[in-house]
Design a protein around this ligand. Structure first.
Ligand SMILES: Nc1nc2c(ncn2[C@@H]2O[C@H](COP(=O)(O)OP(=O)(O)OP(=O)(O)O)[C@@H](O)[C@H]2O)c(=O)[nH]1
Ligand SMILES: C[S@@+](CC[C@H](N)C(=O)[O-])C[C@H]1O[C@@H](n2cnc3c(N)ncnc32)[C@H](O)[C@@H]1O
Ligand code: SF4
Length: 533
């Protein structure tokens, strides 16, 4: 739980009980055989027992699981079991009550333990205990957690700490699977590897003679994307085909617009078709070039934020989390590439709940004095008398719109070096420019007079250093669902990120050139897609 808490999604945006069941029915009909309710915290949803009971009626659904913080578990579990709950995962990151209070920001350790014992008493076997291991916080408790499996039928699962929105993930905080295994092997050298299901998230082991087992979830150091068969639906009804992918499609909106089963299946099929073989680029970056020794500081800490933690998954399952949204968060990643070449690569995104949108630039330029003359009928941004007018987009259908724009800022060798080494007196130019780009996308309609205000669902601004040109390459990508496109947002984002770099560096050099601000691609509009050759 972040210190400042988490903003709650308005209830009207959440899927209703009936909508959850309609979607579940559809997925189960298509072959999904496991559904996990996770979150957020699923057990604070008042209809959770009812949902489980109705899921239980679905023919073909073999497993209904819950991942919970355990606080309400002892109280609810008898009803949940009766309703048909078949698998239970309980999160517990420490066995020290005071530390629990620090992590969770409230009391409750004993309630969680009570929940674990209740699950055992009611015959769940194994009861999975999820422990996210964080250096400096609980890595000293590995042996205590493993020892719990001696007399209890638990599967204690040690999870590598993953970056999620706002959790201030840092490479040094992550304890790798190998390191955990070494620590446990020192105490129990006879630790045995157990077989596991192909699509399992966990690598399982057993200490001989112990009742339970321990497992490792190695999402960071040895990802399991190759066997991933999970789909997630967020509490507000978005289908996500990857825990870390940014691509989401709102099934709720389609349901509420009266989409037929066939239409929903087509939309789901298209989303699943876009599922990649591996997860988000940050992880690929991690997997492709891991540091030789994660504990040494030569590997700059990855300050990764901006990923949207909304839901979970499981083998052939739809996992419903009670979603939370953390809006735009800063930086990202720093990586060392090749021999001595230090490239900083920033990515981030913002979610915004603003409403509406803007027009396409191609339709707005006033008739040039020479060349083809346009009439006011051909211009969408002037009225019949040639005065500026905002286009009425009210009758255009909503579609998913994405635009990507880029810019190049030629800094010159001196400013470039200072930016590269993050030694500018004014601060980290790349981070400031990245945030400025995100801000600009969100306020484009206020900057460009005839632009509509648009409900951006995602903004991503990436800055890359180009040492051969002493330049920074900027790429801004904007996404929205609406009646009009987002290229003005993407262009404004790239332009303002460029201007911000100029501002950050102007004390060092004024010989800075902003160039090549251009649209790279635009998709989803009625007039067809645009891709720059
Ligand atoms: N990268 C990645 N990690 C996942 C995924 N599913 C689960 N995890 C990891 O597994 C941890 C525990 O998640 P759970 O909610 O217990 O789900 P699960 O591991 O699929 O549960 P089981 O169905 O019992 O296997 C999460 O904190 C993640 O670290 C996934 O699809 N991708
Ligand atoms: C996000 S929680 C949601 C369900 C429920 N509220 C809970 O606490 O279990 C789902 C699982 O993700 C795990 N998790 C949370 N943050 C994580 C992180 N940064 N890295 C890896 N796993 C994490 C939790 O420990 C939990 O087991
Ligand atoms: S990160 Fe995405 S692709 Fe990889 S295992 Fe998780 S959900 Fe599957």
């Amino acid at each position: 739980m972040p210190e400042e808490g988490v903003p709650l999604t308005p209830k009207v945006n959440l899927l209703t009980t009936e909508e959850i069941l309609t979607l579940a029915r559809l997925f189960v009909k298509e072959g999904i055989d496991k559904i996990r309710l996770t979150g957020g915290e699923p057990l604070i949803r008042p209809d959770v027992v009812d949902i489980v009971a109705q899921l239980q009626q679905l023919e073909g659904l073999r497993t209904i699981g819950v991942t919970t913080n355990g606080i309400n578990l002892a109280r609810l579990l008898p009803q949940l079991q009766k309703a048909g709950l078949s698998a239970i995962n309980i999160s517990l990151d420490t066995l020290v009550p005071a530390k629990f209070e620090f992590i969770v920001r409230r009391k409750g350790f004993h309630k969680v333990m009570e929940g674990i014992h209740k699950a055992i008493e009611l015959g769940y076997n194994p009861v999975k205990v999820n422990c996210v291991v964080m250096r400096g916080l609980n890595e000293d408790e590995l042996l205590d957690f493993a020892a719990l499996t001696k007399g209890l039928p638990l599967d204690v699962r040690f999870i590598e700490y993953m970056p999620f929105d706002g959790n201030k993930w840092n490479f040094k905080k992550m304890v790798s699977y190998k390191e955990m295994l070494d620590t446990i092997r020192q105490q129990w050298p006879e630790l045995e590897k157990l077989p596991e299901e192909e699509s399992s998230t966990a690598k399982a082991f057993k200490i001989p003679g112990f009742q339970g087992q321990i497992s490792f979830i190695t999402s960071m150091s040895e990802h399991f994307c190759g066997t991933c068969n999970r789909l997630r639906i967020t509490a507000d009804g978005n289908l996500k085909v990857c825990l870390f992918g940014n691509s989401e499609v709102s099934l709720r909106d389609h349901l509420r617009a009266g989409a037929s089963e066939q239409e929903l299946l087509r939309i789901i099929g298209a989303a699943v078709g876009r599922k990649k073989r591996q997860h988000a680029e940050l992880f690929l970056m991690f997997h492709d070039s891991p540091p030789a020794n994660p504990s040494i500081s030569s590997w700059d800490p990855l300050d990764v934020q901006g990923l949207r933690p909304k839901m979970s998954f499981s083998s052939q399952m739809v996992t419903l989390w009670k979603g939370y949204r953390v809006p735009q968060t800063p930086p990202l990643a720093q990586q060392r590439l090749g021999s001595g070449c230090f490239q900083r690569h920033y990515t981030s995104h913002a979610d915004s709940d603003a409403n509406s949108k803007c027009l396409s630039p191609g339709s707005w330029a006033p008739a040039a004095p020479s060349g083809p003359q346009l009439t006011s009928e051909q211009l969408t941004h002037v009225d019949s008398e040639g005065r500026a007018a905002m286009v009425d987009v009210g009758r255009k259908p909503d579609t998913e719109r994405v635009a990507v724009a880029s810019a190049v800022v030629l800094l010159g060798p001196v400013a470039f070096k200072l930016v590269q080494q993050n030694q500018l007196k004014k601060g980290d130019a790349l981070v400031v420019a990245q945030l400025a780009g995100i801000q600009a996308a969100k306020v484009t309609s206020q900057l460009i007079p005839l632009c509509h205000h648009v409900a951006l669902s995602h903004v991503q601004v990436q800055l890359e250093l180009d040492s051969t040109r002493h330049a920074v390459r900027i790429q801004a990508s904007c996404r929205a669902r609406g009646p009009t496109g987002v290229e003005m947002e993407a262009l404004a984002s790239a332009a303002v990120a460029s201007l911000t770099l100029y501002d950050m560096c102007k004390a060092v050099s004024r010989d800075i050139v902003l160039e090549e601000i251009k649209l790279i691609s635009k998709t989803g509009g009625q007039r067809g897609d645009f891709h720059r050759a």
